[in-house]
Design a binder for this molecule. Structure first.
Ligand code: NIG
Ligand code: FE
Length: 414
């Protein structure tokens, strides 16, 4: 496929650039008035229009005229919980009445509510509903996703979730990474026996997950009222023996110590970070662990927005993701995440777009194939509507400027 007359090709990073830290994030290389050639599912070549392959050569390829339009590398959503059995709009109403996230969880809502519902759902039902959610996300420009377990909380249900994610990996046309999050909360029966549940995770679940190769990463909700730093340390230490690197939930509701324990274990990313202090910022300075920020979670829960500028001033790498889940972020729209990052995290459009593409890919260890326009990378991209400028995309929040989706070099119609 040949795309011609492109107003600007966005994210033309050198092939060897895998992640951007601090002020590097402000650099979003673009090529104006460009062409792009896709072959065998990959980006084959691109250049300025005056070097475009001649019209006779063009005849060999399906050609798309993208005059006035931008071509972006697809969004890379590195944090989601899209496998769940039921929505939780009743909690939405409780929130409007003034109840907080922890209060709702303590009243039997929250993660335990989702776990009860998931226990009764079949693998087939879970697969089909999650697949539909991901298809909607693909139509909004996402073309790589990480998906967590964590609504199982028993041996059977955690494995059931991970098998659903494995099937999504096999059947969806985009890269999918699986994260094992049994340590999402303590199930009711282990309420007063935390060590008992940790032992179950370490001695029974982890070996089975590893045996069936069901996960790429380990996650723990390291948070006040959930898993302590010591408990997190124990789980991450055990997971390392199975080669599962951490991507953890840290500092969502309090300065929990989650960031530092994640960094200590060489986490690929520490996610949320709505609550930070100087020590947190310093622990991520010049560090390979990526800070994954989830502004649509802050927006929905009415909790603080993360200190993106402080992180960038400390030369940390920031990724942006949705956190799509039924409790804290019932939305998988990366366009909205990028808008919120600009509006609420005060990221510049270039910074936010880098965070949602190249750094999102890095937060799933997919930078070699996703996240930028580079020869040899997977041809997953989107063409915008006719828009006046790059910044128009985040500026026009709540409206999708994504017009054509290309996956593996072909137009995707869902
Ligand atoms: O990332 N914080 C923990 N996990 C999810 C919310 C889970 C839920 O409420 O169902 C999150 O926000
Ligand atoms: Fe999450």
């Amino acid at each position: 496929m040949l795309i011609t007359q492109i107003k600007a090709l966005v994210g033309v990073h050198p092939k060897e650039t895998f992640v951007l830290h601090g002020d590097e994030m402000a650099q979003l290389p673009t090529l104006e008035n460009a062409w792009l050639l896709l072959e065998n599912g990959l980006i084959k070549d691109f250049g300025p229009m005056f070097t475009c392959p001649s019209s006779t050569e063009n005849n060999q390829h399906e050609t798309i005229n993208a005059e006035g339009k931008y071509v972006f590398p697809s969004w890379c959503d590195s944090h989601s919980h899209v496998v769940f059995a039921a929505s939780r709009e009743e909690e939405f109403v409780m929130k409007i009445e003034g109840k907080g996230y922890e209060e709702i969880a303590a009243a039997g809502g929250g993660i335990l509510n989702s776990a009860n519902k998931l226990a009764n759902a079949s693998e087939e039902e879970l697969f089909e509903s999650a697949r539909k959610r991901v298809v909607d996300m693909i139509k909004q420009g996402t073309a790589a996703i990480e998906i967590k377990s964590g609504y199982g909380l028993t041996f059977e249900s955690e494995l059931k979730m991970l098998r659903v994610i494995k099937r999504l990996k096999n059947e969806l046309p985009i890269p999918v990474k699986a994260t094992f999050l049994a340590a999402h909360t303590y199930p009711q029966v282990y309420k007063n026996d935390h060590q008992g549940y940790i032992d179950l995770i370490i001695n029974e679940m982890l070996p089975a997950v590893a045996e069936e190769k069901l996960a790429d990463y380990i996650d723990v909700f390291c948070e006040r009222g959930f898993f302590s730093v010591e408990e997190t340390d124990q789980i991450l230490t055990a997971a390392a023996k199975f080669d599962l690197k951490p991507k953890i939930h840290a500092n969502q509701l309090s300065v929990s110590g989650g960031v530092q324990i994640g960094v200590k274990h060489g986490a690929v990313s520490v996610d949320h970070l709505e609550e930070t202090d100087d020590d947190v910022l310093k622990s991520l300075a010049n560090n390979p662990t990526i800070a994954t920020l989830l502004p649509s979670c802050s927006f929905y829960l009415n909790i603080p927005f993360a200190n993106a500028r402080g992180l960038m001033q400390n030369h940390a790498a920031i990724a942006l993701a949705t956190d799509y889940n039924p409790g804290s972020t019932p939305s998988g729209n990366m366009n909205f995440v990028v808008s919120l990052a600009c509006i609420k995290l005060k990221m510049m459009p270039e910074e936010a777009i880098n965070a949602a593409t190249l750094n999102g890919a890095a937060a799933m260890e997919l930078s070699k194939e996703m996240g930028s326009i580079a020869i040899g990378k997977r041809a997953n991209l989107f063409i915008t509507r006719t828009i006046p400028a790059l910044a128009y995309l985040p500026y026009s929040f709540g409206q999708s400027q994504v017009e054509t989706i290309i996956l593996n070099g072909e137009i995707y119609n869902g």
